[in-house]
Write a protein that binds this ligand. Structure first.
Ligand code: 6PG
Length: 473
């Protein structure tokens, strides 16, 4: 009996995905460039060995799979993927499906999809979220490619994906790069969520003077409320951990410079290309960049006097409640922007991205999974063509309820000299978005003054240039 699916690349994510596939009753052929890895993977597969076909050459690997053959490639994103496709192609036949499950840039996915068009082979770009644990026991799976090719793999993919209640967190989202694009925005939102949680931590640590375990308590409590989510849960856990080397709280021994592999940045670059405001994600990416400039920050901390600042923020139950609502309001802003970017891309690339479906498959398995995503699923299902998440009745009500808290927290943090770029961007986004009469009239006047760029008038008169004088004032 042939394997239902194949997988190339037995690194951490690939191995876990392969074990997950085998465990759910699907026979899988596996291949890795270094044969030793394939052998040790198989040797350690225990009772799952029965569903695994280890292979040591590409031709044996391909021959072990039932045509049309779906083949998952789980290797380092970028150039290596192109090389692997080239190596694989000579062995493949009509209808075979190459599935890139890495964190690919969706532009590459679109190119690869196009390159294989007309060759008889098809390409799927598959976003997989949930880290190692998710890959092994149930990730969220975002698929882009032809709908037909998805049908060939739907059964296997839904069997291995996370479930929200009974509902599989896996869906076909559109042609070519749709899946990888959605995964990129997922990561942009992930950056925003993490940044704003870190800002709240900063307020409690530096403004209130609380210890890591004390702060853990606050997050733990929030995890039972409207902020209930994987990221809040793990934040409480990391704040509670103790360093076995020194006995200190874990967060207190870790260098304050955040790494980034690029997906968050891509989401911001794409937002800019599409001319969609994504200020919270931008703030989060910029904050990671600034965090890594540790030397410069250390110098600057000596250079700029902040004697006039009182970093303290008064503790108390009102503060915790305000922080909770502030974070919730800002989270709404970040997600509204993320979905807005997806709406822009959907139009630009002709994907017809299903917003309720995207929110639905993010409810479990992925890093940003939360109860909140269930609310988004409902809002987009009830009002599918809404311009922005925040104007759906349910979310407008939530924003109205929580915005005063966000305003108080951003004001208090700013007055205390504590940076809250994510929270502040969200607040400013709301304030600008709800402003019926903005200030861009002045920009239009300036543009017309120096470049005769023209403007439209409120009264509709067909006059598009100003009577700007040229004399000195
Ligand atoms: C996920 C994660 C995963 C990875 C991030 C980390 O959804 O499972 O997003 O893809 O952990 O890409 O990204 P950074 O290294 O850029 O923080």
């Amino acid at each position: 009996e042939k394997a239902e699916i194949g997988l190339i690349g037995l690194g951490v994510m690939g191995s876990n995905l392969a074990l997950n596939i085998a465990e759910k009753g699907n026979k899988i052929a596996v291949y890795n460039r270094t044969v030793d890895k394939t052998r040790s993977f198989y040797a350690n597969a225990g009772e799952l060995q029965g569903n695994i076909v280890p292979t040591e050459t590409l031709s044996d690997f391909v021959a072990a799979i039932r045509p049309p053959r779906p083949i998952i490639i789980m290797i380092k994103a970028g150039e290596p993927v192109d090389q692997e496709i080239e190596k694989l192609r000579p062995y493949l036949g009509k209808g075979d499906i190459i599935i890139d499950a890495g964190n690919a840039n969706f532009h590459d996915t679109r190119r690869r999809f196009k390159e294989l068009e007309g060759t008889g082979l098809t390409f799927i770009g598959m976003g997989v979220s949930g880290g190692e644990e998710g890959a092994r026991h149930g990730p969220s799976i975002m698929v882009g490619g032809t709908e037909d090719s998805y049908k060939r793999v739907e059964k296997v993919l839904t069997s291995i994906s996370a479930k929200y209640a009974e509902d599989p967190c896996c869906a076909w989202l559109g042609e070519d790069g749709a899946g990888h694009f959605v995964k990129t925005i997922h990561n942009g939102i992930e950056y925003a969520d993490m940044q704003m949680i870190a800002e709240i931590y900063g307020i409690l640590r530096d403004g209130v003077g609380m210890s890591a375990p004390e702060i853990a308590h606050v997050f733990k409590e929030w995890n039972h409320g409207r902020l209930n989510s994987f990221l809040i849960e793990i934040t409480a856990k990391v704040l509670l951990a103790t360093d076995p080397e020194t006995g200190k709280h874990m967060p207190d021994v870790i260098v304050d410079a955040a790494g980034q592999k690029g997906t968050g940045r891509w989401s911001v670059i794409e937002a800019q290309q599409l001319a969609v405001p994504a200020t919270v994600m931008e703030a989060a990416v910029a904050a990671r960049c600034l965090s890594s400039m540790r030397g410069e920050r250390a110098e600057a901390s000596k250079l700029f006097n902040h004697e006039d600042l009182d970093f303290r923020i008064a503790p108390g139950p009102w503060l915790n409640r305000d922080l909770e609502l502030a974070l919730f309001a800002a989270k709404i802003g970040a997600y509204a922007q993320g979905f807005d970017v997806m709406a822009g891309a959907s139009e630009e690339y002709g994907w017809n991205l299903p917003m309720p479906e995207i929110a639905r498959i993010w409810r479990a398995g992925c890093i940003i999974r939360s109860q909140f995503l269930d609310e988004i699923t409902k809002a987009f299902s009830e009002t599918p063509d809404v311009a922005n998440l925040i104007v759906t009745p349910a979310f407008a009500a939530m924003v109205n309820e929580c915005l005063p808290s966000l305003r108080r927290i951003v004001s208090a943090a700013t007055a205390a000299g504590l940076p809250v770029p994510g929270l502040a961007s969200a607040l400013t986004y709301f304030d600008a978005y709800r402003q019926a009469r903005g200030t861009a009239n002045l920009i239009q006047a300036q543009r017309d003054f120096f470049g005769a760029h023209g403007f439209d008038r409120l009264d509709g008169l067909d006059i598009h240039h100003g009577p700007w004088g040229s004399g000195a004032i």
